[in-house]
Design a protein around this ligand. Sequence first.
Ligand code: NAD
Length: 348
Amino acid sequence: MAVFNHVSFDEHEQVVFCHDKESGLRAIIAIHNTNLGPAVGGCRMWNYASDDEALTDVLRLSRGMTYKNALAGLNMGGGKSVIIADPKTTEREALFRAFGRFIHTLGGKYYSAEDVGTTTADIMIAHQETPYMAGLEGKSGDPSPFTAIGTFLGIKAAVKHQRGLDSLKGLKIAVQGVGHVGYYLCQHLHQEGAELIVTDIHQASLDKVASEFGASVVAPNDIYSQDVDVYAPCALGATINDHTIPQLKARIVAGCANNQLAEVRHGEKLKELGILYAPDYVINAGGIINVSFEKDYDVHKSTTKVEQIYQTLLSIFERAEAENRTTGSVADEMAKAIIAQAKMVTVS
Ligand code: NAD
């Protein structure tokens, strides 16, 4: 398993492999860049098929956090952690205490929070061992509703840019994954009058959005080919790939999942086909923006900043169109400029 030569290494500052014999913890913490401040990014718990798969995931997610935090205008660097374990495990106390102790050894260079497979309750367990946890109960709490607000506004920005419409009323939107974020996103879309087509691998989650928001349910593999205006990936990453792109009828891809493009070239393919892509780390920044207000938590200040995602995305779409580039490359360039500027300020 290559680390320094890994295709997604991208000049990571620090990568920590953690093992605790008693709890069975196996985790990787990746700190990509701290130019803008301490690295902040969630902890994902997943049944990775191999250590390699876990490393690839954490490196890609961590780099994404650097760009996400920069473009969201936060004084925070990028990092992420993964725990290699079944996310459904009920033996969580010892595991997350051990995880918290590893976070503590980094002395505040990295703050962790919840992500796929982990909950606020897990974060509170780790918090007993270290202050370097974010998204705490009684403070900013569950980031998902804020990620959903940002994603909803991102979809609106894409529709505004492509179709000149100010409302989603009557538009058809396919949502893949109706978990924490997907559920709240469906709520906003339904309130706005959009027609929902959803899929998930958990029947109970599907039943909830079908009964509350009148969503039509389709099988997981059928979500890509739906005749819809927008495809919103809100489950796991890499769902925009060689296999799915030819199936897409949607002219917009805008959802909350991290790392939606299997490879950079898939962003180019979307552009070629005239499909507008909302870069994932820009549209899904609502949760981390909310976490950034953790210290003196104020829901109004947080929401106002989350709402800026609409304007940020419009600027990216306009610039990409004017320069005939992919939205992803424009977003990356904007984020890199902010990070480089922060480095210059630190050095001078
Ligand atoms: P979640 O685990 O609550 O929801 C994901 C949902 O996707 C689950 O209901 C799961 O059953 C479903 N799913 C998994 N595989 C599927 C498949 N093959 N087909 C259909 N559905 C499938 O996670 P979440 O917190 O809602 O996050 C969703 C995505 O958004 C993740 O990629 C996450 O990294 C990203 N994200 C989340 C936040 C946040 O605030 N929670 C912030 C930024 C990005």
